[in-house]
Write a protein that binds this ligand. Structure first.
Ligand SMILES: [Fe+2]
Length: 202
């Protein structure tokens, strides 16, 4: 193992230990996620450990590369390095689990939506745009399980961001996708997203 690989493993290991400690002690709430956010964000200082050499950006036909860095059994505490080409906005969605995103490179516009209805009717959902933030190098954002967003790469270069989820994509069976114009929502699985786990750190 190279020195860089050892450093990367130590960083991911100590960061995940801290993150799990916070969630175990305080549960999932905006305050605890703020603390988790600052830990994931501090990892963005280590550009060399997570460079294009180690984790190649997607080829044009690939759209995105999703590298699983580490997870626990059952997909708990899944940390990914994700690189996305600037090819337009994602569907509007939630994750059904907490999420923290922190930027290493590229500009990812996040549009955050407010839910307006009382959620009493399955398949119906009234949402409206709340605010936008752009995640660049050194920025981070945290989402509660039912927070709704859409992402769009607005830089010419691909993004390179950390994504931490309470449950991994394969286990995100409670994701909702929203159609704002039609006022509808539908349950989708996150497992359609191809994950590359050949470069696991832990
Ligand atoms: Fe998302």
């Amino acid at each position: 193992m190279t020195d860089l690989a050892i450093q990367r493993k130590e960083l991911v290991s100590s960061s995940m230990d801290q993150i799990k400690g916070i969630i175990k002690e305080k549960g999932v709430n905006r305050d605890s996620l703020d603390e988790v956010k600052s830990i994931v964000n501090s990892m963005t200082n280590e550009k060399e450990m997570f460079s294009d050499t180690e984790f190649p950006t997607p080829k044009p036909e690939e759209f995105a590369k999703i590298y699983l860095l580490t997870d626990d059994e059952g997909g708990d505490f899944s940390l990914y390095l994700i690189s996305v080409l600037p090819l337009g906005p994602s569907p509007i969605h939630d994750h059904g689990t907490f999420a923290v995103i922190a930027g290493l490179d590229g500009d990812e516009e996040n549009t955050i939506y407010k839910r307006l209805d009382d959620q009493s009717e399955p398949g119906k959902a009234q949402i409206e745009e709340d605010y936008k933030i752009v995640l660049r190098d050194g920025d981070a954002v945290a989402f509660m399980p039912q927070d709704i967003h859409r992402i769009n790469v607005i830089s010419e270069s691909p993004t390179r961001h950390f994504h931490l989820y309470g449950k991994g994509f394969d286990q995100q069976t409670d994701r909702l996708e929203f159609n704002r114009q039609e006022g509808t929502s539908k349950s989708v699985s996150g497992s359609f997203i191809p994950v590359d786990d050949s470069r696991r750190v832990l």
